[in-house]
Design a protein around this ligand. Sequence first.
Ligand code: ADP
Length: 454
Amino acid sequence: MKYWGEYKTRLAETILGQQEAIQNLSYYRNQLFYFIVLYTLAFSPLAIVPGIIASYLTGFVNLLILNILTFVVLLLLAFFSPIKLRTRKLIFISTLFIIAWTLLYNLQLEGPGLIYLFSVTIVSCLILSGKIAYRLIFVNSVLLTILGLNIEFQWLKLTITEGQSTTTWFGIVVNLIFLSIIIVACFEVIFRKLEKIIVQQRRLNAIVNQDNQKILDAQNVLMEKNEELNQFAHTIAHDLKEPLRSMQAFAHLTISKYRTALPEKGQEFLTYIQTSSERMAALLDSLLDYAQIGKGKEKSVFSVRKLVEELEKDLSQLIRENDATIKYNGLPQIMGYEIEFKLLLQNLLANAIKFKKNNEDIEVKIKANEKDDSWEFLVTDNGIGIEERHQEKIFTIFHRLHRDKFPGTGLGLANCKKIVEIHGGKIWVESLANQGSTFYFTISKDLENMSKNG
Ligand code: ADP
């Protein structure tokens, strides 16, 4: 097996040289020639050795010499590098042609000469071109016709025509020529169509490659813009915190020092300022957290079941206060960014508990489905549900429904989306108002390539 492999590589290097891309039909023609030489040479002992013995025993010295020469030519074609591929093919065809005529000459129409002659034409059409095949047919026709006339007019005494009748000769020869022309013509039609298909495929590939490049470029620009936006959000949130802190401090100071001096309305306004600035501080903190997601992320393999168990502990107060049950089964080990993934589940669980219906026990189910190239997770609750028209918007930053009824910053699901995206996945919700919601998200199994691509 090892020798066969080495033999194949060696031959491919000599015959095909540098492997070319599939540009047109000549690629397949070259491959075919390579395989013909590969197998003919490998199995030549089976044909040539008996040929040598037979020609020795029957006294056909010229056939004996021809057999040996053929073997030498095959060796040359397979291993002698400085011959061009086209010349190599022409030598091969010429050798076959000489074999055919020698066989025909010595063994007449009864021997394998005619079959060889037919094969040379077909092989030349397959590995070179229809043009060469037609030329061969022409040469054969001329030679065979002259020989036929020689039978009729007895110009020369030749072994090939000895004892032959003109009618049989022309009968067989015309058949051979006719068959050769038909087959070469059919091959030509098929080849032309194949060539067209290959060229079209090449063009399509070029277009697809171009489009892929455009998509990649756009993706890179988008990533850069996203990064800029992140940076911007971070800077704004960070810078706004400073004046906000002064505002909070002065509101606090004013309340504690001048509370009694202020009329009731003034006190009320100041309390508004204080609660609003607290809320703004909370929003800015969430925004800073949001901008931070994905920075310094570390990939590892972790158990999602263990993370959920940890979350049950972290959220135990919320779970207890709301009498919530969390059910899960068969959660897998995955490769991902553990801290971010935990935050994702935490947001979804906290929401599932927060957006509950008034008079119903809360039940949250977590499930995982394995797909070909990703994991799909489902977090299902029996809460208030989300109307279809809001289902896409809730993943955008600061988008909140039920502002008066439930507390929040509107960043939870935006965080989830960002986390899912750094895992090469998607997040969406399926829900009906008042009938609970199922949040779906996927995590790519191919994070290795994801992080390479950015
Ligand atoms: P927040 O929870 O701070 O309001 P989120 O980004 O987490 O912000 O959620 C956005 C909105 O999506 C919420 O205001 C809520 O209306 C809706 N939502 C999120 N999760 C659920 C849920 N499990 N059931 C019903 N509505 C939900």
